[in-house]
Design a protein around this ligand. Structure first.
Ligand code: URA
Length: 435
């Protein structure tokens, strides 16, 4: 078998066999197939697509490229969730404590942000002392003890994905359904949970721009999961505006801590996190229907049980839970500037991609993988699509490392908004479900 022939076959729209896919993925992971041939292979897949069988085969090859976490010696139902990526999307940090407080085991391996999308590991590292790397034994012991651990994906889980994702990011081949499906599901299948919930984002701030494409991706993800014997479901949620009011690592953690303390009762972050947690609770069989499961998830927050679970997580992985009671201890930017508009009206659109890039350029994200990030900077956006705005009213705050970067971000934020003179409807957050 030769890499050239396989690239040619896919370039011309052919269907690849399992052996050909295995040969390519394994050869690349071992360093026997060079980056330039993998780049061409990825572009051929991007342009010609893969059918359901090929998509499943590439996922299995990627899963088998490394170690698999065996969680079978942990009692109880092990659940996992994954978001396809967005702006101000901190649901993991709420869902983990909610479902663990409800009695499930949440053994979560997360990633870092890249481009305009944030990553859970970067957010957790905004908490002083938080250890995102645990040994497998420490990770499993913690899940056994408190039902909850959130760590950085180890290099041994789906190493093919790590190498392929880095190339996709620089060869314009990220937003391909078979490649995203392989990337996400290889990590999920290697992570060892029994139940998998996928949050597939749709909108300008997501890799899938339309609900139709998000649905196709959700169907591919669910089919791979179910065929692998995992109970898998996907929810399609809106990413045409940021999910949190807070965008930026420490700022997003602050919103999570405040939510666990009973603030932000009507926020989009709480609504989606409760909905996703409820689906996990229901899939794990702890509630007979979704309404009951939503009640349980809400009660975990309102009773303070989820906050106490977060405290246990922080005590295990950060050595202290002081910032949970006093989010003011989280990193703070030296410059905080308010943003106001000089018109009255309703917010019709928020260019969420531009907002994500603005937060990244303030220092909240990376342009290159090796860049370091500033945990303190970001944006607090107090308005959502459909909200009324008045001339001179503070609609947002920029948290920046300098006045110049804050001023530039203010201009970009203002340009990212479309204001209507007539009333605009609020948009739904949950757009569909694939079971
Ligand atoms: N998230 C992933 O883990 N992989 C992708 O390809 C896209 C989003």
């Amino acid at each position: 078998m030769k890499p050239y022939d396989i690239i040619l076959k896919k370039r011309d729209g052919g269907k690849l066999s399992k052996e050909e896919i295995d040969f390519f993925v394994n050869g690349f992971t071992k360093g026997e197939i060079p980056d330039y041939q993998m780049s061409a292979f990825l572009m051929a897949i991007f342009l010609k697509g893969m059918d359901e069988v090929e998509t499943r085969d590439i996922t299995v090859s990627m899963t088998d490229s490394g170690d698999k976490m065996d969680l079978s010696d942990i009692d109880g139902i092990k659940v996992d969730k994954h978001s396809t990526g967005g702006v101000g999307d901190t649901t993991t940090l709420l869902i983990g404590p909610i479902v663990a407080a409800a009695g499930l085991k949440f053994a979560k391996m997360s990633g870092r942000g890249l481009g305009h999308t944030g990553g859970t590991v970067d957010k957790l590292e905004a908490i002083e002392g938080y250890r995102t790397s645990l040994t497998e034994k420490e990770f499993k012991d913690q899940v056994k003890k408190i039902g909850l651990a959130v760590i950085s994906s180890t290099g041994d889980i789906a190493p093919a994905d790590k190498k392929m994702y880095a190339l996709r990011d620089v060869t314009a081949t990220v937003d391909s359904i078979p490649l995203i499906a392989g990337s996400i599901m290889s990590k999920k299948l290697a992570s060892g949970s029994d139940v998998i919930l996928l949050d597939v984002k749709a909108g300008k701030g997501a890799f899938m721009k339309t609900v139709e494409d998000a649905k196709k991706l959700a169907e591919a993800l669910v089919s791979i999961g179910n065929r692998a014997g995992k109970k898998t479901m996907a929810v399609i949620t809106d990413m045409d505006q940021p999910l949190n009011t807070h965008i930026g690592n420490a700022l997003e953690v602050k919103e999570v801590f405040e939510t666990l303390s009973g603030e932000h009762k009507d926020s989009a972050l709480r609504e989606i996190s409760v909905y996703l947690s409820a689906n996990l609770i229901m899939m794990a069989g702890l509630a007979e229907n979704l309404d009951k499961a939503i009640e349980i998830a809400n009660d975990m927050i309102d009773s303070g049980k989820a906050k106490e679970k977060m405290r246990e997580l922080l005590e295990c992985q950060a050595g202290s839970s002081k910032s949970l009671d006093d989010p003011g201890l989280l990193p703070k930017a030296p410059v905080v500037m308010p943003v106001s508009l000089d018109v009255d009206g309703w917010i019709k659109e928020i260019d969420v991609l531009e907002l994500g890039i603005t937060a990244r350029d303030l220092g909240a994200g990376r342009i290159k993988k090796e860049d370091s990030i500033d945990p303190a900077v970001g944006i607090v956006m107090n308005k959502r699509v459909g909200d009324k705005v008045s001339k001179g009213e503070t609609i947002a705050y920029i948290h920046a490392s300098s006045e110049d970067s804050a001023k530039e971000a203010i201009e970009r934020l203002k340009k990212s908004l479309t204001i209507s003179e007539t009333e605009v409807e609020h948009k739904p957050l949950i757009l569909g479900k694939v079971e």
